[in-house]
Each structure stands twice: as structure tokens, then as C-alpha cells.
Design a protein around this ligand. Structure first.
Ligand SMILES: Cc1cc2nc3c(=O)[nH]c(=O)nc-3n(C[C@H](O)[C@H](O)[C@H](O)COP(=O)(O)OP(=O)(O)OC[C@H]3O[C@@H](n4cnc5c(N)ncnc54)[C@H](O)[C@@H]3O)c2cc1C
Length: 397
């Protein structure tokens, strides 16, 4: 059993680290407050474009698409180094992480020409219209309707939780085009210009940070979408939700693993502060047990992640994605709750906000933010269902 990368891969890491040290914006710029997940500020556009031009934006892709044909192991190293340094590739993560791969895989040559490179070069910001008031975990129940009328679709309905919609230029929107078909089969994906007449965004604040407006309700009232903006085949949009949306999933656990490690370090630092009885928290036996337990969780998470990744490299299907999503997001959440609890009533302070999860903001604010890990991309309960049914072979509910 070999638990390290090869020499060529380590050279890739050295090249990347040297490049990041020369080009990456300093942490204080990276942590500047942003207004939404489609808020491409000037510095972030410039940074994303620099990554693109140097082949470090999507390393596994060819140079003309911002990459360098990196292997899976090299791409893993890339995510390790970015995550370790808390460097974001883009301030519109859904644009490069989900939309660009979807257009590359399913777009027509014209769509690729029009959208792919401009998205990668941070000229276009995207939002994703999937969830609706009656369709979240059960996405296939979505009811936003698109009716083909000559050379356009006419869209009516409502989306919700649409991150960054009010600042996005375009939306990949999942709509029902065949209401008679079984629910997974009558769905299509449309590329919708957010300036289209009949598209209305209503942003609403988050519990963790009233000034940060990311979530939106998006209403479509007779919005006309040209037929050439259909992404993929008519009525076959479900494949897109299952295909491109899973891009890079095999490597996203690394963020949870580093977050869990940072969280343990934050708990250790918290130990220096006086607890509710006045003595430093590190002297409290329960607190010490708690920190040690989270250290074990953080280590286990890292090892479980690499085990899944090694299976992925050998082309073997692995259930680790669900395990890691569940274990990673909930470990971070429980760790934050422990830090909050250790401080007694002071731990409930939600008035201290900050742009960084780890360095600023009270524990209570960070704990509230941690729900952004346990809900999207399949809630914790959905992950448990998957593990129970597909890994353990238990009957479906
Ligand atoms: C930070 C964040 C960003 C998001 N960004 C976007 C976005 O950009 N675009 C977008 O379209 N959506 C977005 N979402 C929405 C997200 O995809 C949904 O919140 C998620 O799919 C859950 O759907 P729901 O909120 O409707 O909850 P529901 O599906 O209604 O679930 C409610 C509760 O019931 C549980 N539950 C549901 N079904 C089952 C089941 N079968 N078995 C057991 N328990 C079940 C759930 O786990 C949950 O606890 C975002 C959400 C968050 C938190």
C-alpha cells in the first residue's frame, strides 16, 4: 500500500505552489466581503482570468479551456493546495464548478462558443434554478413549466433558494416541458438570460448574516426563451442533473477535511479562553475529550477521503461520496456547535459577522453558516437514505 504521490506529481505540486505564491491575491483580498455567490468583483474577475490564462483554472481540462490536461491525481493535488490556503478559484463557484462542465458536456457548438470561455474568463456570472417551493430533495417534482411556442419557450413558475440570482447574468433553469411523461422524463434545461422580460428576482436575507443577500425567489411570468437556448435534448434535462452536476464531486471532500482540521485548531485556541466558571476551557475534562474526539474525526475524514479517491482513480464505483458529504459537513457542524456550547451564554452571540468562516465571525454565526454544507447537494437525510439503500442494501422507505 502506497500512501503518497509519485515524484512527477510532487513536481506538479511544487510548480503550483510556486505559481500561487507569485500570483494569488493576498488573504485580506480573498476574504473581502462579497454580496452574493454571483458577485464577480473586479479583483475576482482578474484573478479568475489569470488562473484561466495560466492553465490553473480547471487543470484537468485542455489549455484552451483554462487547463493543462492534468491527471486526476494532479487535480487532487490542485484542490489540496487551494483548500489548504483557503483560495477560491472563482466568486461564482456554480459558474465554473457546475455550469461550465454542463455546457461543455451537453451544449451545442454555438452554445459552447457563446458561453463556455466567457464563463471561464469570469465575463458571465451564473445561477442555477433547480429548487422550487414544492421540489427540493425531490427535484424531479419540479413544476416550472416551459411551453414550446414556435421558435421560443414560454416559461411560467417559481424557483427558490436560487443563489446569486439577482446578480447573475444567466441561469441554467430546469423546467417541465412534458407534463404527461413520468416525472424524471419530462424535464429540460434552459439557459435563461436574467434580463428577460418576465423574470423577477426577490433576494432574501440569511439567518447567519442579514447583510449578505444570496438566496432568491425567482418568478417567471410568460418569460420568452429562444429555442436555441435549450441545453441538451428536449425532455432529457434529468441527465444533466445527474451528470455534469456530479463533476469534481470525487474531490470536493477535501474542503470538508481541511475545514474540520481548521475547526479543531480553532477549538484548541478557544481552550485558552476562560470558560463559564472562569478557568481556561482547556482545563475542563469534558472540553478536552471533545477536542480529542473531533481530532479523531478530522483524521478519519481525511483518510476516508483518500480511500474513496484511490477507488475513483482505479475506476471503481465508490459510495464514499455520500459518506464524505454526510460525515464531513456534520463533523464541521458538530465541532462548531461544541465551540459554541463551551462558551456558555456568550457562545450564542450572533452579532459578530466576518467574511471568513474561520478567522472572523462568532461561533454561533459560523454554526449557522455550516447549514450551507448539510443541506444543498442532497441533505444529510438524503445521504443517509443513499447509504442505507445503496451501500447497506436496506429496503427503500
Ligand atoms: C447554501 C444553499 C445554497 C443553495 N443554492 C441553491 C441554488 O443555487 N439553486 C437551487 O436550485 N437550489 C439551491 N439550494 C436549495 C437546495 O438544493 C435545497 O434546499 C435542497 O435540495 C433541499 O430541498 P428543500 O429545501 O426543498 O427541503 P425538502 O426537500 O423539502 O426537505 C425538508 C426536510 O425533509 C427532509 N427530507 C426530504 N426528503 C426526505 C426523504 N426522502 N427522506 C428523509 N428525509 C427527507 C430533508 O432532509 C429536510 O430535512 C441551496 C440551498 C442551500 C442551503
Amino acid at each position: 500500500m502506497r500512501l503518497k504521490y509519485g515524484e512527477a506529481e510532487e513536481r506538479f505540486r511544487e510548480e503550483l505552489v510556486a505559481w500561487l505564491e507569485e500570483h494569488a491575491p493576498p488573504p485580506e483580498v480573498m476574504r473581502r466581503p462579497k454580496r452574493s455567490s454571483a458577485d464577480l468583483s473586479d479583483w475576482s474577475r482578474k484573478w479568475q482570468r489569470t488562473l484561466f490564462e495560466h492553465g490553473w483554472l480547471v487543470p484537468g481540462w485542455p489549455p484552451e479551456l483554462g487547463g493543462r490536461n492534468a491527471s486526476a491525481a494532479e487535480t487532487m493535488i490542485y484542490f489540496e493546495e487551494l483548500s489548504r490556503r483557503e483560495i477560491h478559484r472563482s466568486l461564482n463557484p456554480q459558474g465554473i464548478g457546475i455550469v461550465a462542465p454542463s455546457i461543455r458536456d451537453y451544449g451545442t457548438p454555438e452554445q459552447q462558443e457563446r458561453f463556455l470561455v466567457p464563463t471561464l474568463r469570469a465575463e458571465i456570472a451564473w445561477c442555477i434554478g433547480m429548487s422550487e417551493p414544492g421540489a427540493g430533495s425531490d427535484l424531479a417534482s419540479l413544476s416550472t413549466r416551459a411551453v414550446l411556442d414556435g421558435d421560443r419557450f414560454v416559461v411560467n413558475g417559481q424557483k427558490v433558494w436560487t443563489s446569486g440570482a439577482h446578480q447573475a447574468d444567466w441561469c441554467v433553469c430546469f423546467v417541465r416541458t412534458d407534463p404527461e411523461a413520468p416525472k424524471h422524463k419530462g424535464i429540460s434545461a434552459l439557459l435563461i438570460d436574467m434580463k428577460t422580460a418576465g423574470v423577477e428576482c426577490r433576494p432574501f436575507p440569511e439567518l447567519s448574516e442579514p447583510d449578505y443577500l444570496d438566496f432568491n425567489e425567482v418568478f417567471f411570468t410568460d418569460a420568452a426563451v429562444p429555442v436555441e437556448n435549450l441545453l441538451g435534448e428536449l425532455h432529457h434535462g434529468w441527465a444533466i442533473t445527474q451528470g455534469s452536476l456530479a463533476h469534481e464531486r470525487a474531490m470536493l471532500w477535501i474542503d470538508y477535511a481541511y475545514d474540520a482540521q481548521r475547526c479543531v485548531q480553532s477549538l484548541i485556541a478557544l481552550g485558552e479562553q476562560p470558560g463559564p466558571n472562569g478557568a481556561p476551557l482547556r482545563e475542563d475534562a469534558h472540553f478536552r475529550d471533545t477536542v480529542a474526539n473531533f481530532y479523531v474525526d478530522a483524521q478519519a475524514l481525511m483518510l476516508l477521503g483518500y480511500r474513496g479517491f484511490s477507488k475513483f482513480m482505479r475506476g471503481r464505483a465508490s459510495p464514499e461520496h455520500s459518506l464524505l458529504k454526510l460525515y464531513g459537513s456534520e463533523t464541521v457542524q458538530r465541532c462548531l456547535a461544541a465551540g459554541m456550547e463551551a462558551q456558555g451564554a456568550d457562545g450564542l452571540d450572533t452579532t459578530v459577522y466576518g467574511p471568513s468562516l474561520w478567522r472572523e465571525g462568532s461561533w454561533a454565526v459560523q454554526w449557522l453558516r455550516s447549514f450551507a454544507g448539510t443541506i444543498p447537494g442532497g441533505t444529510s437525510e438524503i445521504q443517509r437514505n443513499i447509504i442505507a439503500e445503496r451501500v447497506l442494501g436496506l429496503p427503500r422507505r
